[in-house]
Design a protein around this ligand. Sequence first.
Ligand SMILES: *[C@@H]1O[C@H](CO)[C@@H](O)[C@H](O)[C@H]1NC(C)=O
Ligand SMILES: *[C@@H]1O[C@H](CO)[C@@H](O)[C@H](O)[C@H]1NC(C)=O
Ligand SMILES: *[C@@H]1O[C@H](CO)[C@@H](O)[C@H](O)[C@H]1NC(C)=O
Length: 418
Amino acid sequence: MASCFQGCVFLLAMVVLALSTPCSHALRIVKPKTRTSVFVSPKFVLEPGSVADKNYYDVNFPRGHIAIKSFNGEVIDEEGNPIPLHETYLHHWVVGRYYGRTGFVEPEEARFDDFQRSDFAFVRNSGVCQGDTNGQYFGLGSETRRTDTQVPDPFGIEVGNPAVVPAGYEERWLLNVHAIDTRGAENGLGCTECRCDLYNVSTDSRGQPLRPGYKGGLRCCYDGTQCRVKQGFNGVKRNLYLRYTVKWVDWSDSIIPVKIYIFDVTDKMNRSAGLAIEHECRVEYDVEESCSATSDECVDSRSSVVTMPTGGYVIYGVAHQHTGGIRSTLYGEDGRVLCSSIPIYGKGKEAGDEAGYIVGMSTCYPQPGSIKINDGETLTLVSNYSSSQTHTGVMDLFYILVADYLPKSSVLSLDSTL
Ligand SMILES: *[C@@H]1O[C@H](CO)[C@@H](O)[C@H](O)[C@H]1NC(C)=O
Ligand SMILES: *[C@@H]1O[C@H](CO)[C@@H](O)[C@H](O)[C@H]1NC(C)=O
Ligand SMILES: *[C@@H]1O[C@H](CO)[C@@H](O)[C@H](O)[C@H]1NC(C)=O
């Protein structure tokens, strides 16, 4: 208590000092006020073995010309209690930005690729997958509770600039939540990995037959499917919600905008298409059980090679992996590590620390200026999973935030170290 009091007085003294210094330089370090908005999604209903894969349009979001400083979420029940992953597995939540025609009301639960072009324009991130694939602004899965998403000062993700919204449209946000109720599951991991046999599914959500050899993944655990539950298991139906927290500041010229890139280890980039490089991101893949003969290592290692259209300074990096994930690393053309992200596995029962689940991913916050990607540089993404058992429908996405330029002060300090 005493030390907090002293700290507060000290802070106050600093502020008074800063405000009373008649030099504009001192004023510039006064940070814009960070605001926090907490929202709750529409409800989804789950019972043992069931799946919700919901699309919500025009969801609550901070309005106006702002810079997003962080975005995170978690599944809660009606009383606001966090729900642990061993009851409701959060496969993912994804937040996308779009322009909706003024007056257009999105039909509930529709897929946005069914909308008319004149009603709906998805605003994807800066790259690099094909079409709208991996085009989201934010997205995490089971790791949501313990993954740092803070964008450091003076950087921010610029949204809501009225000057860029086409006339007759409004900027809106969509939320996709995919959750699986594994209470009483015969094979909990199998349900979370969307194994088709456990869901007794042979067609995808559009009624198309699954391709031969498809053993598991999102095509087998779409909205309304049912994973096998132990006979006689009784569990109540319950109403659940995604509670999401957005931190943001009002836009100002002192904020440096960052671009969002998402790389995908399944990307089969086709460079023979020339300048119009074609990407083929498949998002999911399977890990076969295999252990190396020469050592007792059981590691499945995959990589993809992607070209960064325009470079910049890496401000933040994080990967998304599923259970079994060991590490994901993004390398530059010369082999330098741009960022390496490691899963954190839970050890107990509580929400945020569930044993056997990835409850967080480590992140990278390089000193701004220390990690630079050149225009047209070829990057390599390496994803390692444990292959001591088979996994279906795993992922390896790598998010980075990239700034085109640095604040003047850090350019100066960089110069002075040369
Ligand atoms: C699996 O699906 C088939 C056809 O859709 C159905 O006949 C069968 O009863 C289902 N099996 C189980 C265990 O639900
Ligand atoms: C790569 O792109 C070229 C040019 O567009 C095309 O002819 C070729 O079939 C593509 N290759 C693959 C494997 O898709
Ligand atoms: C990934 O696994 C391979 C094969 O075991 C190993 O050589 C490599 O060092 C690993 N990379 C990372 C980033 O863990």
